[in-house]
Design a protein around this ligand. Structure first.
Ligand code: ATP
Length: 757
């Protein structure tokens, strides 16, 4: 067997041969991308084909870190974990699945086999052609390039964490996942309980011995022991609190990551149907559940476990009294139990009312321009008053109702603290074997410690209801069917841009009539398709279906002959550039907005895209040019400027399909003319779908689709449509009274045969 010398280990440097191969794969591979290629190979072994563009980019273009790779692979439902392994452990792994080694210099290698006879690993260079056999490597040589970090990957058993419904089970599993913290908290709590029994015993001794026999030495000893115990108790209590804080913080982080990931996989139409304020309020209710899980629930369970330690002591001291304490605790539980259901119902109503209140506030702030310009302040204020009144009323009812159990349990609670003293004294007077004074006081103190947690346990039931209500709200948002499968599965063909609709019918949820009714048309790659029609005729719906926003249509939509729903959704949307009627710009510089966080694109690309979109001229006039900061809501830009930036942003990735949905609607005639003049250049090498009310923008289109009430009226070039399609001709004449069919302006009115039609 031939061994390669370390200098020749071709694990991470792209040879010209492998570089060519990779480039021909369309991956544009460099040595730094070795990790992504290697991870892709490993994922494919498990039947998953991850999309390299989905990986979180690293600062400065460095190779992706192990957490980024793990996160990326987990998105595809794979189980992945970064671990530290030794050469020996790698040799011992009996799993046949490939193991990814992260090399010290940012490269990667894949272990594909082992030769136990020679004590070597069979390692593959991810950038080498697949025909090249794996390289045998021994421990010494591997150590020179590998620091011990490996990525273990396997197909996930069952659904992954971010696919499971958000319910108490999932959250409890998350808490249970932090076993080491829970164990430490439990140890701390047991110690605190044992230490807290100490003062009670001391008090008993003080009363029985010190006071009766005037024993000064015993008193001194007791005080010293008490002080030491106090010091320990403080230390352990502090550690327990720190552990609980750590647990809460870790859970918060995991929950927030999970929530955001889940939100991002919900379909767009869900967000369109529900108000942002309501959604964000409902999701934010998760904090109640988390607080419950890491606060009251853990401490109560621990305290109850402590009761099990203390009860035998109580029964040992005085069984009759111990039974009465238990009976009092049972009464408390019954009272709280009786109020559970009505309280749970009210809690649900309070949360709903709070959510409506949040919606009104967010809506008013979001639409403040309209509110102010139409003087709607008083109307909004009236709605706000109404919301506040409802919330106030419900909170009042809630307060009144929850006040009852609090008051009703008081006699029983007091009994466990003071009542036992009276009963104990009575027993002392009547029983043959009475408790000493110290024993009585000690019993009273311990009795309180037993009843407290049991009362808390009963109250916990109330908290469970509240947490369940909160979780119901969170689940209402997050447990919707997601696009996750469509985003992570499906074909990723290199799209050319041929589009065909074949008898497509689509109805929005809740609508009576279909927005698209049995429509069929087809265009070839590289064509410019105009779409016209009256308002509400279904133009935007065509583009929504194309972008996979609404997949529940009947008929067939094909891109390059492939049914749209079979194409990976992320890949599909990345192949599209879209400029819509209302484009959202993020807070950040003009340059950042054009680049839109796409890795690998430079400032020059941004300038080129801006020029093509006709945006360069106004950007250069901005105070800091491309570095000008766009404020929230892009208020420091005009509508037309926003639109042109959105066009530049859509063009930057050089998409094969470009959709302009009323993209020039907010532009002044000069800017519109500029963009129209650039349309041909923009269209070079891609298919374009342009929706416009202004037919003059569509004269140059190869074909124009005329829609009316969701049906195709006609499709053809401008010249033919104006001759044969009455709807199109009507629209054209409405807008171009003084021009001929080619859009040339005349002083004379339109030709007589059109007037006649
Ligand atoms: N998200 C939605 N939910 C329910 N119905 C919708 C939704 N979007 C559009 N519709 C309905 O579908 C029909 C077609 O709407 P679409 O937005 O496609 O028309 P359009 O031709 O683009 O109109 P416009 O030129 O005014 O933008 C309309 O009747 C509209 O009311």
């Amino acid at each position: 067997m031939n061994f390669v010398s370390p200098a020749n280990i071709p694990l991470h440097i792209a040879t010209s041969e492998s570089g060519e191969k990779a480039a021909s794969d369309g991956q544009g591979t460099t040595a730094l991308q070795a990790r992504i290629v290697a991870a892709t190979h490993v994922a494919r072994y498990h039947g998953v084909d991850p999309d390299p563009s989905g990986i979180r980019p690293n600062a400065g273009g460095a190779a992706p870190s192990s957490p980024a790779l793990v996160e990326w692979l987990r998105q595809y439902g794979l189980w992945a974990r970064a671990v530290r392994l030794s050469f020996g452990q790698l040799m011992k792994l009996d799993n046949p699945a490939p193991v990814l080694l992260l090399l010290s210099d940012g490269g990667a290698a894949v272990v594909v086999g082992r030769n136990h006879e020679h004590g070597v690993l069979l390692v593959r260079d991810p950038l080498a052609p697949s025909s090249k056999p794996p390289t045998p490597i021994d421990e010494l040589r591997l150590k020179q390039v590998w620091d011990g970090t490996a990525l273990l990957v396997r197909a996930s058993r069952g659904e992954s964490e971010d696919e499971r419904p958000f319910d108490l089970g999932l959250l409890t599993r998350m808490v249970w996942g932090e076993k080491s913290i829970l164990r430490d908290v439990a140890i701390g709590s047991i110690t605190i309980t044992i230490l807290s029994v100490l003062p009670v015993l001391m008090i008993m001794t003080t009363l029985n011995t010190v006071v009766t026999y005037h024993s000064m030495n015993t008193l001194t000893l007791i005080v010293v022991v008490l002080l030491i115990a106090l010091g320990f108790e403080m230390l352990i209590a502090w550690s327990r609190r720190m552990l609980l804080i750590t647990l809460a913080t870790r859970l918060d982080t995991r929950l927030h990551l999970a929530i955001f990931n889940r939100l991002m996989t919900l379909p767009i139409d869900f967000f369109e149907r529900n108000q942002a304020g309501e959604l964000s309020y409902k999701v934010s209710q998760l904090y109640r559940v988390r607080e419950f899980l890491t606060g009251r629930m853990i401490t109560t369970f621990i305290d109850v476990a402590m009761v099990l330690l203390l009860l035998p002591v109580l029964f040992y001291m005085e069984p009759t009294l111990a039974w009465t304490v238990l009976a009092a605790a049972a009464c408390i539980t019954l009272i709280i139990w009786a109020f559970l259901r009505p309280l749970a119902d009210l809690t649900g109503k309070v949360i709903q009312a709070e959510s409506d209140k949040g919606s009104t506030l967010v809506e008013s702030i979001y639409g403040i321009r309209t509110v102010k310009s139409l003087c709607l302040e008083s109307t909004r204020a009236a709605e706000w008053d109404q919301r506040i009144a409802t919330v106030g009323d419900l909170n009042m009812r809630m307060g009144k109702l929850s006040n009852w159990p609090m008051v009703l349990v008081m006699p029983f609670e007091k009994y466990t603290q003071a009542g036992v003293l009276a009963l104990g004294a009575y027993l002392a007077m009547t029983s043959n074997n009475p408790l000493s004074l110290g024993g009585l006081i000690g019993f009273m103190m311990l009795g309180g410690r037993v009843a407290g947690p049991l009362v808390n346990l009963a109250r916990l039931l109330q908290d469970v209801q509240e947490a369940r209500q909160a979780l119901f709200q969170v689940g209402w948002v997050l447990n919707r069917p997601t696009e996750k499968r469509a985003l992570t599965h499906g074909l990723r063909p290199k799209l050319e841009g041929a589009i065909s609709f074949d008898e497509v019918t689509f109805k929005y949820e809740g609508s009576k009539s279909p927005a698209l009714d049995n429509i069929s048309f087809a265009i070839e790659p590289g064509m410019m398709l105009g779409v016209v029609g009256r308002s509400g005729s279904g133009k935007s719906t065509v583009t929504r279906l194309l972008m996979g926003i609404n997949p529940e249509y009947s008929g067939a939509i094909k891109i390059d002959g492939i049914e749209l729903r079979e194409i990976n959704l992320r890949h599909l949307r990345q192949s599209f550039g879209a400029v819509l009627q209302d484009n959202f710009l993020f807070r950040g510089s003009v340059k950042d907005n054009i680049l839109a966080g796409r890795p690998g694109l430079s400032f020059e690309d941004a300038v080129r895209a801006a020029r093509l979109a006709g945006a360069e001229e106004f950007i250069e006039r901005l105070p800091q040019g491309y570095e000008t900061w766009i404020q929230e809501g892009s208020t420091n830009l005009s509508g037309g400027q926003r639109q042109r930036l959105a066009i530049a942003r859509a063009l930057i990735a050089d998409p094969k399909l470009l959709i302009l949905d009323e993209a020039t609607s907010a532009l002044d005639p000069e800017s519109e003319a500029l963009i129209n003049a650039n349309l041909q250049r923009m269209a070079r090498g891609r298919t374009m779908v342009i929706i416009s009310h202004r037919l003059s923008s569509l004269v140059e289109c190869d074909k124009t689709l005329v829609l009316d009430r969701g049906k195709v009226i006609d499709i053809g070039p401008h010249r033919e449509l104006v001759e044969r399609c009455a709807v199109y001709r009507h629209l054209w004449l409405q807008q171009n009274r003084h021009s001929d069919y080619q859009g040339k302006v005349h002083a004379a009115p339109a030709p007589s045969f059109i007037q006649a039609s």
